[in-house]
Structure formats: C-alpha cells, structure tokens
Ligand binder design. Structure first.
Ligand code: ADP
Length: 394
C-alpha cells in the first residue's frame, strides 16, 4: 500500500466520520426542538387551563345570577348566584329553565328570545316564604357563527336592597313632611286667629304668641336634628377628638338639664368614677348625654331619680350609663327606639316636644366615634342606656 492509498483511506474515514457527526448533530437538534416544542405546548396547556379555571371561578362568583341556555332549551351552565336566587344547585346542566327556577315568567322570557334578539330591564318579583325579592333580568339570544339560533343567556340583577333603601327613603321623607306640617299648621292657625281679631284681646294675643314661639322652636330643633343626621350619614362630620374626663362631662350635662328636671321634680345624680376619660369630641359627647338625660327626665318617673354612671373598661374602652326609674320600654319597642321617628307613645313624645330623632342621633354620634350603644329596660323598674367609647390615650 502506497502512501497515496493510506492518505485516501484516511480521507474516506474522515469524511464518513464527519457525515456521522453531522447526522448525529442533526438528530440531537431535532430532539432538542421536539423537547422545546413539547415544553411550550405543556406551558400553553397549563396557561389555558389556568385561564379557563379563572374564567369559570369568575363566572361562578359573579354577583349577578347567570343562566346560559342551549338551543334545545336546556341549561348549559348556571352560576352560584342564580342558584341562590332560585334555590337550585348550580350548574344545573341539562335541566330546563322551568325545572331549575320553578318560575314561569323566567321560562317565558327564555322562550321569547326565540323571536326577539334581546329583552332588557325586565322586572321580576319573587315572593318567598320569608321575604320578597325584586330582580331585574337582561336576556340576550345567542347565535352560532353561521347565524343559527344557539340558545340564550339570562342575567339576573338583585334589586332587593335598592328597593328596601328606596322604601326607607320614601318613609323618611313622608315622616319629615308630617313632622314639619304639624307645627307649621299650628303656627298658621294661631297667626290666623290673631289676624281675625284675636289680637284685640291681650290675653289671647299672649297665649297665641307663646304657641307660635313654642312651635317655631320645635321646627328649629327638628331642622337642626335633621341636618345633623344628614351630616352624620354622609360622613361630613369633623370630630375634634381629645381626652374628655367623663365625670365633668356628665356634670355639665346634668347642670344643663337642671331646669327641665326641676319641672318634673327629678333628682339628677352623678356617679361617674374618676379618672375615666373618653377619646371623643366634647361637644358631640355633651349632646349624646343631653339627649339621654333629657329622655330619662321626660319619660322617667315624675319625682324620680336619674343616675349618670361611668367607668373605665378593659381594652382601652370607657362606659357611660344613664338610668331612670320610670315605666321602662316594652320589649318589642326596644329594638326600634334607635330608628328615626320611632316613638313608643307618639302623643307623649310630641307633647314633650320630642323630635323623634334623639336616640337616632345618639346612636350615630356614638358609632362615628367607634363606640356602641345598647339599652336595658324592665317594666316599672326603669331604663338604662349603656354607651361604650374608646378611652382617652394614656
Ligand atoms: P323623642 O324625641 O320622641 O324623645 P327619641 O329618639 O329620643 O325621640 O326617643 C324615641 C322614643 O324612645 C321616645 O319617644 C320614647 O317613647 C322612648 N324612650 C326614650 N328614652 C326613654 C326612657 N328613658 N324611658 C322610656 N322610654 C324612652
């Protein structure tokens, strides 16, 4: 074998080696490619599954009730809110609308979508055993890509809370109008009596002017209370918080009430323990105490005793109490006395010049301070109001 042969053999071997290497490299490349593709696909699948899960959970947690109906009139999917509104277990797939909702109007609405593209703001009243609910339904017919009918989607919006608030607002406006009209018509008839000749008699003049003055004062009180409540409701009240020693706050309120207490021969006692102090707005606290002491005098026993108590509680709180020995508040009324214009005895409250807003103000003022108020009462044994407030910072 010549050197040339050897060289040729070596070249051939090198070429074969290179080809083998190239093949091996290509194979490795393809395998890496396949691996990368598989990883990408797995990643994409996980992302899609996550997205589907998020969409499903969003659908299920939506406040609005949603029912998706197929072209066959059977439910494809319903969320939790829809189930809660109509008392069925979602997703209720495969059931008809009437089977799931047991409501003909809803089923009729779904059927209407076979003829109409959408039904908006349809209102529905659900009379339950314990309560009535008001729903607004928006419904939309679905179309497949070719344009064929593909079922419908029904969206239920619960309006019950809104309706309840509206009813409270209407009742409040009616109450305010009534409360304003009563003193106004008394003022007007007193003025008319004076104009019609009453003023010629000095005794009649004095009596009617006094009446006008009394009812004008009542109107002022009512308007002041209404404005204060409006400010408390809207959060437009600025509290000037500082340390308020409770014993002296109680004494000031007691001194302010001395004249009306005397008129009913009521003894006012200050039993507040020193050095209890609240973190409160002194003017507002004085108003709370004034309202409670005023009520205790007005509705308590004539010739009785009103006792103001106070002490430090655990957990950086303080307590103020106002107790009378009057006839008490009936159990069924106790839950309602903090409502605006609620009175146990309407005639009695009006005769005493009450606006019917005193305790609503007490509750609201105490709550904006971060405190709370409650009442205990026993027939013929008296009534005691308890207020807790944050304690003054040490
Ligand atoms: P009012 O202006 O009528 O006094 P309030 O909101 O202060 O309004 O009180 C609501 C109702 O609660 C009163 O009309 C009265 O019937 C009842 N009430 C309040 N405090 C007492 C009390 N200490 N004893 C008995 N009844 C009370």
């Amino acid at each position: 074998m010549t050197a040339l042969h050897i060289l040729l053999a070596l070249l051939l071997a090198a070429a074969a080696g290179a080809a083998w290497w190239l093949r091996a490299l290509r194979q490795a490349d393809a395998a890496r490619h396949a691996r990368e593709l598989a990883e990408l696909r797995a990643q994409r699948d996980t992302e899609l599954a996550g997205q589907a899960e998020r969409t499903a959970s969003l659908f299920d947690r939506m406040v609005e009730g949603i029912i998706v109906v197929g072209a066959d009139g059977r439910i494809r999917l319903a969320n939790r809110s829809a189930g809660a509104l109509f008392n069925f277990a979602p997703p209720a797939a495969g059931r008809t609308v009437i089977e799931a909702t047991r409501h003909h109007e809803v089923a009729a609405l779904a059927a209407r979508l076979e003829r109409e593209p959408e039904v908006l703001s349809h209102e529905l009243r659900l009379d339950g055993v314990t309560e009535t609910r008001f729903l607004q339904i928006n419904a939309l017919a679905l179309r497949a890509p070719g344009g064929a009918a593909d079922g419908a989607v029904l969206v239920f919006h619960d309006l019950t809370r809104l309706r309840q608030l509206e009813a409270v607002r209407q009742e409040f406006v009616a109450n305010v109008s009534h409360e304003l009209r009563t003193p106004l018509s008394l003022i007007k008839s007193a003025a008319e009596t004076l104009i019609d000749g009453g003023k010629d008699d000095p005794a009649v003049t004095a009596r009617f002017l006094e009446l006008i003055d009394k009812h004008a004062n009542r109107l002022t009180l009512l308007i002041d209370d209404l404005l204060l409540l409006a400010r408390l409701d809207s959060g437009r009240i600025e509290l000037e918080l500082r340390a308020v020693p409770l014993r002296s706050a109680a004494q000031e309120a007691i001194d302010d009430a001395a004249i009306i207490a005397q008129a009913r021969r009521v003894t006012l006692e200050n039993h507040v323990e020193e050095p209890a102090a609240a973190h409160a707005d002194p003017a507002r606290l004085r108003q709370v105490l004034a309202n409670l002491i005023d009520n205790a005098i007005k509705y308590g026993r004539e010739g009785g005793t009103v006792r103001v108590g106070g002490r430090a509680l655990e957990g950086a709180r303080v307590e103020l109490t106002v107790r009378d020995d009057g006839p008490g508040i009936p159990a069924e009324a106790r839950a309602r006395i903090f409502e605006r214009f609620y009175r146990v005895d309407k005639a009695r409250s009006r005769e005493q010049g009450g606006t019917g807003l005193g305790l609503a103000i007490v509750k609201n003022v105490v709550q904006v301070h971060g405190g709370d108020v409650r009442v205990e009462s026993a027939p013929e044994r008296g009534t005691e109001f308890f207020i807790t407030l944050p304690a003054a910072k040490a």
